[in-house]
Design a protein around this ligand. Structure first.
Ligand code: PLP
Length: 427
């Protein structure tokens, strides 16, 4: 399997180089030269396979002979070693809970797969790998947990001081060892700029083998397809489900569209957006216009210029089954009201991101009577107790996987948003 650059289709690399490079020159997104087809006997008998077997079968054609089968089996087994329950909310709406991983974010799956693939690659190269990532909260925690103690890989996580929640702060800073938390006296944009400057620094790149862990890395993209197969394994109805994906950088929904292009039978996809709605506007007007980011209560979706946009378009072009894609956008006020009404009427507590997914599915079903669907619950509500508490009048319960975070272990290195300071902390 080769990956070509969507900017320049004659630029082709294998799985290993695509993962290590992150992106092709001139910000090109990697895309499989040919989309593999999942064998019919798997698609028709999804519920007879374990999630490990499914994950292996989906991943194998994307990896090719770059990782031997036994190692790949081990990698995917570790990647998906928690539950992905499908919970009925009412007769036509289901929630696929993707927050049972170690940090309570769906990003755990992509980060765990990426870390294990890189660890495999690092074993046969004598150069240490250095993962550099800027985070506004969720990605950094998932990356820290996934890479902890992966020897031969150093991780630097830059996050804006005072702008992540208390739980996120602990999740970012409690690991130590190969995980370096750099607390930047600035904004998320400052963090991103510092990371970008390091990636572009020719001299520095002679000393470090930098790896990007952001959502355009194909290791994250390919592994996010798992959710959609797991959802279909559990789907109790004949008619395929419509799937609503709370969307920001469009990594997750482009993985869903990829799964569909490989043969998975789903209904339409819905990109559920908050007030950052470049994709919603594009589907209405045919014009893609990146915008300034707007701050909302579903902050992991606050993305004005979604980096996987071209992959979404390419997946739609490549899909023989001609996926339908719709998108709706909702305000923070509407999101809060949805959290409250579903909590009161259906006894189900949604987080602010999942709630946007719920709203979009509900809106779609209003004009498609008889359809049924799934929205993805992308984060545990306890991660957003400051938002949830005033809406429902109590704190969300803390899941047991969060109890291991010990604030007293917290350690971060504080830096000013200056490139010189970042350089002093890389070692
Ligand atoms: C990252 C994130 C999203 C958005 O996913 P994309 O792949 O960037 O579209 C949605 N919800 C939560 C909780 C997230 O952390």
């Amino acid at each position: 399997m080769k990956y070509l650059s969507l900017n320049n289709p004659s630029f082709k690399v294998n799985f290993r180089d695509a993962v290590l490079m992150g992106q092709a020159p001139e910000k090109g997104l990697f895309f499989p030269e040919q989309i593999p087809v999942v064998p019919e006997f798997i698609l028709k008998n999804l519920n007879t396979f374990s999630k490990e077997e499914i994950a292996f079968q989906i991943t194998q054609p994307f990896v090719g002979d770059i990782i031997d089968s036994n190692s790949l089996k081990e990698i995917v087994k570790e990647t998906v070693n928690f539950d992905f329950p499908l919970i009925p909310i009412n007769e036509s709406v289901y929630a696929l809970e993707l927050f049972h991983g170690p940090t309570g974010a769906f990003k755990d799956v992509g980060a765990r797969f990426l870390s294990r693939v890189l660890h495999y690659f690092s074993k046969d190269s004598n150069q240490k790998l250095t993962v550099l990532v800027a985070t506004s909260g969720d990605t950094g925690g998932a990356v820290a947990d996934a890479f902890f103690k992966k020897n031969n890989i150093d991780v630097y996580i830059l996050f804006p001081s005072g702008k992540v929640s208390e739980l996120q702060h602990t999740q970012l800073t409690c690991y130590g060892e190969n995980i370096h938390a750099l607390e930047v006296a600035g904004t998320f944009d400052d963090c991103q700029m510092l990371v970008k400057q390091a990636f572009d620094d020719k001299v520095l790149n002679k000393k470090f083998r930098f790896i990007s862990a952001n959502s355009i890395n194909i290791a994250r993209w390919v592994s996010q397809q798992f959710y959609y197969f797991f959802a279909l394994q559990k789907w109790p109805h004949k008619q395929p489900p419509v799937i609503s994906v709370p969307s920001g950088n469009l990594g997750n929904i482009s993985a869903g569209l990829l799964a569909k292009a490989t043969g998975l039978e789903t209904g339409d996809f819905i990109a559920a957006c908050n007030e950052n709605k470049a994709l919603t506007d594009y589907l209405q007007t045919g014009v893609f216009k990146p915008k300034e980011t707007v701050k909302t209560i579903s902050n992991a979706m606050d993305v004005g210029n979604p980096s996987n946009f071209k992959r979404v378009i390419e997946c739609l072009l490549k899909d023989k089954n001609k996926s339908g894609l719709t998108s709706f956008s909702f305000t923070s006020e509407e999101t809060k009201n949805a959290i409250q009404s579903v909590y009161l009427q259906n006894k189900y507590l949604m987080d602010p991101h999942g709630a946007v997914g719920y709203l979009a599915l509900k809106k779609y079903l209003e004009s498609h009577p008889g359809s049924k669907g799934i929205f993805l619950e992308t984060a545990h509500p306890a991660k957003f107790s400051n938002i949830i508490q005033p809406i429902i009048g109590r704190e969300p319960e803390i899941p047991k996987q969060f109890l291991k975070y010990d604030k007293s272990n917290s350690q971060s290195e504080k830096i000013k948003p200056l490139y010189q300071e970042l350089l002093q902390h890389l070692s």
